[in-house]
Design a protein around this ligand. Structure first.
Ligand code: HAM
Length: 459
C-alpha cells in the first residue's frame, strides 16, 4: 500500500463505528472520577524535553529509548508526551495551584507517544485516562485512589483483574536498597545488557524493569525493597493495606512491582489482566511525593494512576462487555421531487431541533434506493414525502422493525413524531408484574423504585 494511505507503525485510527463507544467510555471515566472530586484538565501534547528528563528520569526506558524528541524551528528541544503525570505536575506548579485548598484532584484523557516495538496492546501513539491527586500524604488517599480504579472496572463490568501493590520506599530507605542491589548485581556486571551496565552505576533499581530475558531472570533473585523500608514507609504501607481491607478491595503484595518511571515513592500498584497476553497491565500508578519539589514547586505529596485506553478496550472485548452501540437515526425522510425535497429538509431541521436524529436523501437516490439505504443505516422509522403527501398534508410513517404504519400530519410533524416515538419507547418497556408502561403514574412509581435496584445502569 502507498505510504500516504498507511498510518505510521504503532498508531491506530478511531473508526466511525467506534467513535461513540469511545466517547461513552471517556465520559463515564471522567464522571466516575468526579464522584471522587476529580476535575478535568488538559495539558499540551508536547512539552520541553527537560521536563521528562528530570520528571520521568534519565535512566528510565521511557527517556533513554522511547521518547519522540525533536528540535522545533526555534531550536528548542521538544518531546511528545510519553505519559501524563509530568505535564500535570508542570501545570500544577506553573499556575500556582498549590495555593488552592488541598487536596487538588485532576483527571485527564491524553494521547501519549512512546517509540516501542508495537504489538497487541502496545502502541507508539496510545491514549491514557489518568488521575492525579496533590497535597495529601495520608495512606487513606492511596486507598481512595485505588478504590477509584476499582470502581471504574466494576462500573464497566470487568472482572478477574488482579490488583498488585508494593511499596518502594522514600529516598531514605531507597539509598540502602540501591546499595543492596548494587552489591547483588555487581558480580554479574559483565553479563548485563549495555543499558543495565550504566544503570548499575546510576540507578540500580531500574535494573529490575529491564526487558532483557536474562536480566529479568537475574532480577527475580534480587533483594526485595520491602525488606529495606524505613519505619515511616513501612507504617504507611501497613495503613494502606488496612484501608484497602476496610474497603473490601482484594490485593496481592508483589515486591517485583517497581514501575518503570523514576518519580515514584512508597505505594505503587498495577491492575493486571490474564486476558491480554504479554501486555497485561491495564492500569498503573503510585505515589510520587518528591516530583513537585524536584520540578521546582513546593514540597507536595502526590499520587495518581493512568490506564491505557487501547488496553482497556481490548479488555472490554475480551470479556464480551457490550457498550453503547453506534446510534441509529430515529427517522429517515425520503422524498420524490423538488418540493418534497425542500419539505424533507425543513421537517428534518424541526425534528433535529427537537432532539431526533434525522436523515434525508443527499445523493439523489431513487425512492427504492432511499428505502434500501434507510434500512441499511438502521433508521427506526421512515416516511416518503411526494406530491400526494404535500397535497393531503399527511404522511405515512413506517416503524421499520414491525412494518406498522402511522399517519402523521405534516403541519405539526415534529410534535406528532415526538408523541409517536415516546409511545413506542414506552411500549418497549415491559414489567414482569404487568404494569402498563403507557400509564404515566404507575410508570413514575416504577422508575423511582428502580433507582434502588440498579444493576449496571449505564452499560
Ligand atoms: P505507565 O505504567 O507507564 O504509567 O502507563 C500507564 C498505562 O498506560 C499502562 O498500564 C498501559 O495500560 C498504558 N500504556 C503504557 N504504554 C503503552 C503503550 N506503549 N501502548 C499502549 N498502552 C500503553 C504512567 O504513565 C504513569 N504516568 C501513571 C501515573 C499517573 N502514575 C501516577 N500518576
Amino acid at each position: 500500500m502507498a505510504i500516504i494511505t498507511k498510518a505510521p507503525r504503532g498508531t491506530q485510527d478511531l473508526l466511525p463505528s467506534n467513535g461513540f463507544r469511545e466517547q461513552f467510555i471517556e465520559k463515564n471515566l471522567t464522571d466516575i472520577s468526579s464522584y471522587y472530586g476529580y476535575k478535568i484538565i488538559s495539558t499540551p501534547v508536547f512539552e520541553h524535553t527537560e521536563l521528562f528528563d528530570r520528571g520521568v528520569g534519565e535512566t528510565t526506558d521511557v527517556v533513554q529509548k522511547e521518547m519522540y524528541t525533536f528540535e522545533d524551528n526555534g531550536r528548542r528541544s521538544i518531546t511528545l508526551k510519553p505519559e501524563g503525570t509530568a505535564g500535570a505536575a508542570r501545570m500544577f506548579i506553573e499556575h500556582g495551584l498549590f495555593n488552592e485548598p488541598m487536596p487538588q484532584k485532576y483527571s485527564y484523557v491524553t494521547p501519549c507517544y512512546r517509540y516501542e516495538k508495537p504489538q497487541a496492546g502496545r502502541l507508539r501513539e496510545f491514549h491514557q485516562f489518568g488521575v492525579e491527586c496533590y497535597g495529601s500524604s495520608s495512606p487513606q488517599t492511596d486507598a481512595e485512589v485505588i478504590s477509584l480504579a476499582r470502581a471504574i472496572f466494576d462500573f464497566f463490568g470487568i472482572d478477574g483483574l488482579k490488583l498488585k501493590i508494593n511499596s518502594i520506599g522514600c529516598p531514605k530507605c531507597r539509598a540502602r536498597y540501591q546499595k543492596a542491589l548494587r552489591d547483588y548485581f555487581t558480580p554479574f556486571k559483565d553479563e548485563l545488557c549495555d543499558t543495565c551496565k550504566t544503570r548499575l552505576e546510576k540507578n540500580p533499581m531500574r535494573l529490575l524493569d529491564c526487558k532483557d530475558p536474562d536480566d529479568k531472570k537475574r532480577a527475580s533473585g534480587a533483594p526485595k525493597i520491602l525488606d529495606y523500608l524505613c519505619d515511616e514507609c513501612r507504617e504507611h504501607f501497613e495503613s494502606v493495606k488496612k484501608y484497602l481491607d476496610c474497603l473490601d478491595i482484594q490485593y496481592e503484595v508483589d515486591p517485583s512491582i517497581v514501575r518503570g518511571l523514576d518519580y515514584y515513592t512508597r505505594t505503587v500498584f498495577e491492575f493486571v489482566s490474564d486476558s491480554l497476553g504479554a501486555q497485561g497491565t491495564v492500569l498503573g500508578g503510585g505515589r510520587y511525593d518528591g516530583l513537585i519539589s524536584q520540578l521546582g514547586g513546593p514540597e507536595t505529596p502526590a499520587i495518581g494512576f493512568a490506564m491505557g485506553l487501547e488496553r482497556f478496550n481490548l479488555l472490554l472485548d475480551a470479556q464480551g462487555v457490550n457498550l453503547l452501540e453506534c446510534p441509529v437515526p430515529d427517522i429517515y425522510i425520503g422524498s420524490v421531487g423538488e418540493d418534497a425535497k425542500i419539505a424533507a429538509m425543513r421537517h428534518a431541521e424541526e425534528l433535529r431541533e427537537d432532539g431526533f436524529s434525522t436523515e434525508i436523501d443527499l445523493v439523489g437516490r431513487s425512492i427504492k434506493a432511499q428505502m434500501k439505504y434507510a434500512n441499511k443505516i438502521g433508521a427506526l422509522f421512515t416516511c416518503i414525502i411526494g406530491s400526494d403527501e404535500i397535497k393531503s398534508g399527511a404522511v405515512s410513517v413506517k416503524k421499520m422493525k414491525t412494518g406498522e404504519t402511522f399517519s402523521l400530519e405534516l403541519k405539526n410533524f415534529a410534535e406528532s413524531f415526538e408523541r409517536l416515538r415516546i409511545n413506542d419507547m414506552c411500549e418497549n418497556i415491559s414489567f414482569p408484574d404487568g404494569t402498563d408502561a403507557t400509564d404515566l403514574n404507575s410508570l413514575m412509581g416504577k422508575v423511582s423504585g428502580a433507582e434502588d435496584n440498579k444493576e449496571q445502569p449505564f452499560v
